[in-house]
Design a protein around this ligand. Sequence first.
Ligand code: PLP
Length: 491
Amino acid sequence: MNRHTAPLYDRLVRHVQEDHAGFHVPGHKSGAGLDPRGMAFLQAVMAIDLTEITGLDDLHHPETVILEAQELAADCFGAEETSFLVGGSTSGNMALILATCGRDDILIVQRNSHKSILNAIALAGAKAVFLSPEWDDEAGLAAGVRLEDVRSALERYPGAKAVMLTNPNYYGMADDLSPYADLVHQYGKPLLVDEAHGAHLGFHPNLPPSALSSGADGVVQSTHKMLTAMTMGAMLHMQGPYLNRSAVRRCLSAIQSSSPSYPIMASLDLARLQMHQEGQAFLEKGLDQVNRFRAAVAQMAGFRVLSHSQGSAFDYLDPFKISISEASGKVTGYQLQELLESYGCMVEMADPSYALLHFSIATTETATERLIASLKQIEAELPRFKQENDGFSPNISSILRFDAVSPPVSLPAFAYAASLDVGCQSIPLEDAEGKTAAETIIPYPPGIPVVYAGEQISRDAVAYLSTLSRAGARFQGAADSRLQNVRVTVS
Ligand SMILES: Cc1ncc(COP(=O)(O)O)c(C=O)c1O
């Protein structure tokens, strides 16, 4: 195994350099058929947009260059086995769950999970035992789940098939997962981790440990989020005896396209190469920009950035994620996002309190300086803002209280089917208390479901969602993306 090569990418380049006449898909024939408007940006990448022809291997039965690239990835990230994903962490989360849970099986899972996890539970016909996340008062945000809650869920539901946690969360809050892995293994079950935001973890001493190094059995990472793969490029890593790996492989094959994108897979190979060769040095360069930015903001009275302290509900904060808020609370995160974007600085997401800034190994000094200069300008504009956020409190999310460990919840598959349109009606959100939701309501960002289809809508949920809606949030899953109206079942 030669960690200084990128076997899949190198093979594609060789193929392009060889003289072939291609009588196979895709129809653009290495970019020759591309509309001229696309030439500037798409032509080069289309040259390697190939398919499972002789010599280029097959993601669904890897034997040569894809197998080699995946083995190198397993070595790099510390897994026994790695599969490339061309459908993002979404596809990896779904494969792990479908491979682990059948109809009526229980999955212990944190409530603030990505929708891919909830969708997979619904498709499997399984049941979720939801763990309520710990609340971080200082941040005004949900963090991870308590170890005691995982233990009591395992005691209460010994037949559960697995525990699935999300670590780190979107804001970069992370926990030490080792005790969680030990606990779940004591019960003879696999610990699955949605590490979509943590492909870079473990490669630098200033970063939290990775889920694999903490003992997790199945780990999904969006290599495109925190490292340098193309969008949708992700990896599923496996280790240990608790996971049925051949079932996971079968589910991956069922979920992913039979024509997986070679540019995406090649970009995974190259992202791995970077980490394998010079991971720490690359991350160090990114951290220089993070430190430059943090030092500059510390000099500005108008803004605060989220940090980790003794009393935090989380063990680590990923330095590459910077949650910035206006210090007095009179400017929402959404407004801060608008202000930054008016200066050409596009942010990762905003919520009622924060604008979330994403740094990476590719963040340049020029971009960081532009961000700092923009914030200085915005700071000078702050006096024109009045406390106009009617009823808004930065800690609004704390009004959502759930059971520490829920009873098993079925997530109805009707949410996907045409039957959704029958027996449902759209009513104003304010009138929805006590009604059964006919749609899963996911404020986006950050993409965490607040109400599941089939669930009764609580008073707290109405208050929370109304506040988000007034503050300008958008909602996925809901027919009305501004959530003035919500779909409920007619009883
Ligand atoms: C926690 C979490 N898990 C999974 C996903 C899905 O990742 P992908 O976009 O790579 O499919 C996301 C996306 O934002 C996420 O935030």
